[in-house]
Design a protein around this ligand. Sequence first.
Ligand SMILES: [Zn+2]
Ligand SMILES: [Zn+2]
Length: 158
Amino acid sequence: MSVSICPCGSGNLLDACCGHYHAGQAAPDARTLMRSRYSAYVLGQLDYLVATTLPVQQPGLDLEAIAQWSAQSTWLGLEVEGAEVFGGQPEHAFVSFSARWHDQAGEHCHRERSSFVQHQGRWYFIDPTVPLKAGRNDNCPCASGQKFKKCCSSYLTR
Ligand SMILES: [Zn+2]
Ligand SMILES: [Zn+2]
């Protein structure tokens, strides 16, 4: 048990907040998944960052770069600006947020509108830096069983 405050900025204890999801519980929505991924960056929990990326993209992640970034940055805070949730099967969502950190080069603020998809009860981050290799009429790489053009293709942010 840890008594530290959760880095996601909720003001709650880590164990009562993102700690649940880091321990394996499914995040109930994309916004919560986003917050728990931010705290995983702060805590250096790379396994969690991998596990919550769209499974087909996981082998394409540059773990060394992520580890370096996570270790060399001092995280200053997360602000979730909004979540757009779309119905449908599977569910998709965008989460807009800004994250602040500093490193040797100074202070940075990164603003992003990230894309998420739900699959079998779990939300996954669709990483825009890992290309999804599928034709418009192929089965969607998220394994929804739908055509790519009708599924994740229309929710890609880039
Ligand atoms: Zn949290
Ligand atoms: Zn899809």
